[in-house]
Design a protein around this ligand. Structure first.
Ligand code: PLP
Length: 382
């Protein structure tokens, strides 16, 4: 009864979302903080004051949202944890300043960056070219490759878990293909500098799309947004799920040239003309207008992360440096699976990956100070 296409589907397995008991969730890189008060108020007043907004179709172009996203990127430079906060105003750190204005026609939004990524795969990667990507990066990419019947070639990580940029480029050249990776990368937590990405772009085929997934950039990466004017093949994917406390909202976006934004919009309009619901549009817009709050959350997460890394190191763990809201770490005492089970028994969920090469590690999302204190207490029992 099933189509032959179904054989290519190997669905993504997300971090577990158990309903049987209340765990402290440090397994899906969600933000431990709620959205800001303004977002909550806007959501309730939006429904109360315009009930018809839910019975009529929403703005298909999401214009106000795209304008708010562009403004936020200009104000923060795309790295919240380094943005300077002055009351309600934010400004980018010197090194993050974008040397041009990001405009609304450079933004495309969709239902979480997972959906956005799927449309990016459809628009830019073909079944007659082997898409080239690092061996360990966001594990949803191979899922889309299967879905759209795009062959892949993966490049092993360097010894220190960083992306082997030379090999990645050489293989992409050989395969005459596009490139995709996350920066900072998951689950390694490591980032490439903007200059490293620029050097890659200078050597890559300018006719092939180069996708940088910046889901974690706000926690200390270097954004490639300033490179957009120089490289017309660059597509940057971002999400509200991590740094904008909005995983439940399902809001992701790309930043790219208007031409590439139009291509992705064509894919969307061929599938579902109205994928972003009215409520997500206004709550997303309101979040962007309150970048000061989210910058403060990102700073708290980074501070907690750095202190947690020091704690683990004192306990003899191996920990990767991290520019994200999680750490990839290896216990000196137990294999990854046992660490995961031990911590779960004590009411906290972390993520363990069974794949070869990473099975000794666990990936731990950074929570609030209280949550990290609880986790440290459990680790002290090991
Ligand atoms: C979490 C994550 C996403 C998915 O984000 P959503 O917007 O929630 O779909 C995409 N890419 C990377 C690298 C991620 O870690």
């Amino acid at each position: 009864m099933l189509s032959t296409r179904m054989n290519n589907l190997h669905p993504y397995v997300p971090g577990e979302q158990p309903k049987d008991r209340v765990y402290i969730k440090l397994n899906a890189n969600e933000n431990p903080y709620p959205p800001c008060r303004e977002v909550i108020e806007r959501a309730s007043s939006f429904i109360r004051e315009n009930p018809k907004a839910l019975s009529l179709y929403p703005d298909p172009d999401s214009l106000s949202l795209h304008k708010a996203i562009a403004d936020m990127l200009n104000q923060t430079g795309g790295v919240l944890c380094r943005a300077q906060i002055d009351g309600k105003n934010v400004s980018p750190a010197e090194e993050d300043k974008i040397p041009f204005q990001v405009t609304p026609d450079m933004i495309y939004t969709g239902n979480g960056s997972d959906e956005v990524l799927s449309f990016v795969f459809y628009a830019f990667f073909s079944s007659n070219e082997k898409l080239t990507l690092p061996e360990f990066t966001y594990s949803f990419y191979p899922v889309y490759a299967g879905f759209y019947d795009i062959p892949m070639e993966t490049i092993p990580m360097k010894e220190d878990w960083s992306i082997d940029t030379e090999k990645l480029l050489a293989k992409a050249k050989e395969n005459n293909s596009g490139i995709i990776f996350a920066n900072p990368n998951a689950p390694s937590g490591l980032g490439l500098s903007r200059n490293e990405v620029r050097q890659m772009l200078l050597k890559a085929n300018p006719e092939k799309i180069f996708v940088v997934d910046e889901a974690y950039c706000d926690f200390g990466g270097e954004s490639s947004i300033p490179l957009l004017k120089e490289f017309k093949n660059l597509v940057i994917v971002r999400t509200f799920s991590k740094s904008l406390c909005g995983a439940g909202q399902r809001l992701g976006f790309i930043v790219a040239s208007p031409e590439l934004v139009n291509a992705v919009t064509t894919v969307k309009n061929s599938l579902n003309h109205f994928p972003l619901d009215a409520l997500s549009q206004v709550t997303g817009e309101e979040a962007c207008k309150n970048a000061c709050y989210y910058a403060d959350c990102a700073k708290k997460v980074c501070k907690e992360r750095d202190s947690f890394i020091s704690f683990l190191k004192e306990k003899g763990w191996f920990v990767n440096p991290s520019q994200t809201n999680f750490v990839l770490a290896k216990s000196p005492k137990m294999p990854g699976k046992e660490v995961y089970e031990f911590i779960k028994k004590h009411g906290i969920l972390v993520r363990h990956f069974a794949s070869k090469g990473i099975e000794d590690y666990v990936r731990i999302t950074i929570g609030t100070e209280e949550e990290m204190k609880a986790l440290k207490d459990v680790i002290n029992l090991m």
